[in-house]
Design a protein around this ligand. Sequence first.
Ligand code: HEC
Length: 227
Amino acid sequence: MQGIACSVQRTVWPCQGPGAILSHLDCRLEAIVKFALTASLIFALCFTWLAAAPEEKSPKPQYDSKGNLLRPADYRDWMFLSAGYGMNYSPSPGSHEMFTNVFVQRWAYQEFLNSGKWPDETAFVIDERDAQSKGSINKTGHFQTDLTGLAVEVKDSRRNPDKWAYYGFDADGQTAEAMPKGNGCYACHDAHAAVEHTFVQFYPTLKPVAKKFGVYNEAREQVSDAK
Ligand code: HEC
């Protein structure tokens, strides 16, 4: 604002000089018009600058100097896709049932809603939690307790030759190395996920979106065993 005030002062000054032809009123009008023009020019410049500013696509996956993925710090603030309880992909049941909660960055979720595609640098986190039944006033059913581990999946065609990379973090691990080529994570996601490498068949808010864009592989809904 100081800049505008100065320019008004400067525009007023010549009118007040000894050789001024304009009347006092004309002079004030001229100053007001110049002020309005300058202000609208500044406004237009600010608006153009804001419109041209690149969209904020954050957070993105972060890596250390060895190329290992850093634990995504704030994933619980990301978009929640779904929870599973005791989901198991092999016919023999696991030792104890756990909860899983799936999250994806909000900016990537938004791009999926607009295009039906996961953009580069999309990251998914699945957080695995113990289940408990007896506690407080609970009589039946199960609720979630301690974190036991994080599984992370990143789509990045520049960094990963196979586009999709997989990482496992233990409950408080801070970095994780990508699973080696030919890993089981990649193979199962490639063979059974309904959209690209993601299990949209289990994410109720995304399923209709994927169908709308024609990217949903219906065959992946068939009941089958994981191979
Ligand atoms: C035998 C099949 C299978 C294997 C092996 C597997 N997953 Fe998954 N994964 C699934 C299924 C099914 C889901 C969706 C259901 C759910 O929420 O648990 C899923 C969901 C995920 C998600 C949430 C995003 C998405 O793709 O839908 C991540 C992240 C993930 N898995 C990471 C991993 C990692 C890392 C490994 C290896 C350490 C792995 N998975 C191994 C079947 C598998």
